[in-house]
Design a protein around this ligand. Sequence first.
Ligand SMILES: NC(=O)c1ccc[n+]([C@@H]2O[C@H](COP(=O)([O-])OP(=O)(O)OC[C@H]3O[C@@H](n4cnc5c(N)ncnc54)[C@H](OP(=O)(O)O)[C@@H]3O)[C@@H](O)[C@H]2O)c1
Length: 358
Amino acid sequence: MKAWTLDSTDTALRLEEVPDPEVRSGAAVLRMLAVQVPAYTRVLTIGGRGGIATPTVLGIGGIGRVVHVADDVHSVRPGDIALCTGFLQSGRIAEPEEVLLGWTGIGGRGARTSTTDSMRRVWRTGTFAERTLMPASTLVALPGAERYPDVARLAFLPWLSVAAGAVERSDLTAGDRLVITGASGQLGGAAVLLALARGVGAIAAVGRDQKSLERLAALDPRVRPVRSVGDRTADAAAIVAALGGEADVAVDALGPAPSADLTMAAFDALRLDGTMVLLGGVRQVLPIPYDELMHRRITLRGSWMASNEIAFAVWRQIAAGVLDLSALEVETARLDDPEAVLARAEKTHGLGFVALLP
Ligand SMILES: NC(=O)c1ccc[n+]([C@@H]2O[C@H](COP(=O)([O-])OP(=O)(O)OC[C@H]3O[C@@H](n4cnc5c(N)ncnc54)[C@H](OP(=O)(O)O)[C@@H]3O)[C@@H](O)[C@H]2O)c1
C-alpha cells in the first residue's frame, strides 16, 4: 500500500510503497477514508513539536472503514466506519501512561519511560496511509456515518473530540460567556463550533488572523471576534467589552506563543468563580499570583486528548444535526506529494483544513 513514512526528523516525509498491515491480536485494520492534516504537521516532521518514534508511517486521527478485526476485538466490526483516535492508554490504573500513535506526544509529565517506549515501538502504522493497523482501544465505531454525505468533513472529528474534551472539563453551560484564545486556530475553531452547539451565550473569539475571525463571526451573532493586539491589558479589556462582562469560562487553544500574555489576558478577563481550561500548545510558565487564584476562586484545569465516550458524543451531535459542520472549508488532497500537501496544510487556519483522502 501507499503511505507517508518518516525515517527521522532529519529526513523528509516520503510517499512509499510499504507492506499492507496485517491484523494481529487486540487490533483492527482499517482502510483510511479521510484524515485531517493539521496545520503544524510540517513543523512536527522536522522535530518542532517534540520527539516522534521513528521510523513510522506518520499520521494521527482519521476516519476509516474497518476491513479486518482480530478474534479478540469487539469494539469495531468489519464494515464499520470508525474513528481512529491515535490516543493509546497503558490501562495500568495505578500508574497510567498515555501516548499518541504515529505522532508526537507523551502524556503526563511528557517523559519517556520503558512503558511509553514499548507502546510506541509496537504501533508504527499511522493514518497518513491507504490502510492502518490500530489497537482496538483507540477505535470508536460511528454507526450511521456511512450515510453522512461528505466524509472529508468528518476528518475534523478528531480535532472536535479533543476540543470537546476541554469544553467538557470547563463545565460550560447554556447562556455562559466564554472566551477562546486561539479561536482562529483549528482547535480553537472546533471549540467555537462545540460551544455554539452547547448553547453558549456569547463567545469572545480571540486571534490574529483576520480571515479566520471573520469566518467565525459569520457563524452566529453570539460569536464576537477579538483581534489580539499583543498587549495583555488591552486584550483583556477587549474580551470583557466583547462579552459585555467578565467571562464565566476561558478555553486557551493557542499554539506555541512566544509569551504567556494572551493566555493571561483570558485569565484576567475571568469572573469570580470562573474556570479556565488549557488546551493549546503554549510552552510558557504562567505567572499566576497565588492570592488571586485563591480570592477569585478560579478553577484552572488542563485538557489533553479526549475519551472515546466524548468522541462518540461529538459524533452523535453531528449525526443529530446539532453540531453543524457546513461552515468548515475543506480542501481535499491525495497521498501523491506529501511535501506539497504539508505546505497547503500549513496555510490553513481555523475552520479551514486539509483532508487527506488516501
Ligand atoms: N490538548 C490537546 O489534547 C491537544 C491536542 C492537539 C493539539 N494540541 C495543541 O494545540 C495547539 C493548537 O492547535 P491547532 O491545530 O489549533 O494549531 P493552529 O491551527 O496552528 O492554531 C494556533 C492558534 O494559536 C494562535 N497563535 C499562534 N502563535 C501565536 C502568537 N504568537 N500570538 C497569538 N496567537 C498565536 C494562532 O493565531 P492566528 O492563526 O490568528 O495567528 C491560532 O489561533 C497546538 O500547539 C497543539 O500542540 C493540543
